[in-house]
Design a protein around this ligand. Sequence first.
Ligand code: GLV
Ligand code: MN
Ligand code: MN
Length: 352
Amino acid sequence: MRLLERLEQLYAIGGGPGANRLGGSPQEDEAHDLVAGWMHEAGLEVERDEAGNLYGRLRGRKPELPEVWTGSHLDSVPAGGRFDGALGVVGGLEAVERAGQQERTLTVVAFRDEEGCSGPGCVGSRALCAAWSASRPSAFVELHVEQGPRLQEAGVPLAVVTGIVATAKGEVVFEGREGHAGTTPMAGRSDALLAAAEFVLELRDAAAAVEGAVATVGRLEVEPGASNVIPARVRVSVDARAPDLERVDEVLAAVRAELSRTAEVEMAPWPTEALREQLVGLGVPVIELASGAGHDAGVLAAAGVATGMLFVRSLNGGISHSPDELSAGEDIAQAVTALQGALVRLASSVDG
Ligand code: GLV
Ligand code: MN
Ligand code: MN
């Protein structure tokens, strides 16, 4: 299948397997250039905005109407998988090409730096929404892998997403005092890493005590970072998520951390209904899932765009942010068919 070959080509960038396409890296640029070439081949009008987001437009018969968008991101986490983000762009391109010209313009977008491995994430979609004037799309539909085990457990290939969880992301810094590892008595030390270690465990306990919450420390930066020097400063990344902001705040209050927070968002009825109809048409049981992962769809939804998301079953127990991420070709083929149908439905409407 062309789509799977394209995913492999993207995965090979930077010397894959498991290679990085971190947001802002030359590898992310290379992925954008590769996809821009495929957009040209498909006869789309290719454009980039100031934030570096990439667009491929199939002009509608009524180009004055607000457009219908699909897409996702091309950056990855370190040693990420083949599908996270890339599927939504490559699958979106496939769906738009197959849909052909509609009343409204159909646009495939590849947003920059969604993952936010060392920042807030969704850099491209946030920049776009911050600069938006009147020409926002009437709808956005993002295709994505589930990144969890629920569809595999249910034995169902696709799901309609109901909403995206609330998050808090940022850094907590612990200060101590450098000293000689061999000559400073244990009693007199101020070791920043010990304080950070206690924090990491408290955060785990705080998240475990709140229904539906999760929290992760994925990065520690220890200064000066030498095996024979007592740590003087430690930066701890924090990523906390829960079904709503109240519960995220409960976790943060328990560990006394103040971080930048993003509220939960709901998907909109119009595109969600269009996706639901496609699943019914394909004879796929309609499962509705909330997303524990963040997505550009959340940023567009929060900015007021009618947004929907379609999940494809993740295999291997739902593992993601790992080279072991896996989805089946047949499930992806069904997802592209459903996405195509939903885009046609949304782009053939001339109301609004
Ligand atoms: C993106 O994958 C995120 O949810 O962190
Ligand atoms: Mn993603
Ligand atoms: Mn991701």
